[in-house]
Design a protein around this ligand. Structure first.
Ligand code: FE2
Length: 255
């Protein structure tokens, strides 16, 4: 990974193997076929053959299936293991996989400008975003670089009347819309402001995202244990001494 660029822009684009991209996409397509009974599925054209009012059912179905699918989960980890290790270390925790389907002109699942750390995620988290179609412009997601994100967050902190809505309007030009082809993914710091808008392109976007952090990096400080290991992350790569100490309560007796 290019460390200088990640620090400057808050993200890094990764190209991964075609064979692996095909595996992930075909898993999604097979599930869509099962749920919708469609014989042929072209993800870009899904909005033409499956009604928008049933989309939430499909989202929920896919979400549950992919999160239970060990092979799918392991494959993602295997593909991106080097980057994950470089970003947060080899002993890490991972959130559940979120899934997003954005039909053209459908505003039912939007994520307006936000940072995950202002919503109680740890600042030491990194997000992995994997689209299964080519994405650009409003079909994609945007990110605001760390420097500008800090400017906006500062303004919101110092002026209670300055709302995310104002930032959304004023910082339009600073939003970097990610241009990715199928077979590419993005690691980004979700401390940087990011989000999406209504997809105004002609085709459907389907993507997943998941979050990683080091098991031992600090968790969020002011919401108790809301997003801690037990209820938000699962441990991916526990080392032996961690397993040992999670098994026995020695820590209760330590001084
Ligand atoms: Fe987010």
């Amino acid at each position: 990974m290019n460390h200088k660029n990640f620090i400057k822009y808050g993200y890094e684009k990764i190209r991964y193997k075609k064979k692996d991209a095909d595996f992930l996409r075909s898993t999604i397509i097979k599930l869509i076929k099962t749920k919708t009974k469609l014989k042929k599925v072209d993800l870009n054209e899904l909005h033409k053959v499956y009604p928008v009012n049933k989309l939430n059912q499909l989202r929920l179905y896919l979400y549950n299936k992919i999160n239970k699918d060990k092979k799918f989960n392991n494959k993602i980890y295997e593909i991106f293991e080097n980057e994950i290790s470089e970003l947060v270390g080899s002993e890490n925790v991972q959130s559940y996989i979120s899934l997003s389907i954005q039909y053209p002109n459908d505003g039912t699942s939007l994520l307006t400008l936000h940072s995950d750390s202002s919503q109680s995620d740890s600042v030491f988290q990194v997000n992995l975003w994997i689209p299964f179609v080519n994405v650009k412009k409003t079909k994609s997601m945007f990110i605001i670089n760390p420097k500008n994100s800090i400017d906006i967050l500062k303004k919101m902190k110092n002026n209670k009347n300055y709302k995310i809505h104002d930032a959304n309007k004023r910082y339009k030009k600073k939003m970097k819309w990610l241009n990715l082809n199928f077979g590419e993914a993005i690691f980004f710091s979700p401390n940087c402001l990011h989000g999406n808008v209504v997809n105004q392109e002609m085709t459907t976007r389907i993507s997943i995202n998941l979050r990683f952090k080091n098991l031992y990096s600090p968790y969020v400080k002011n919401v108790g244990n809301l997003k801690n290991i037990e209820n938000f992350y699962k441990t991916v790569n526990k080392k032996l001494i961690t397993s040992f100490n999670l098994h026995y309560p020695f820590n209760d007796f330590a001084k």
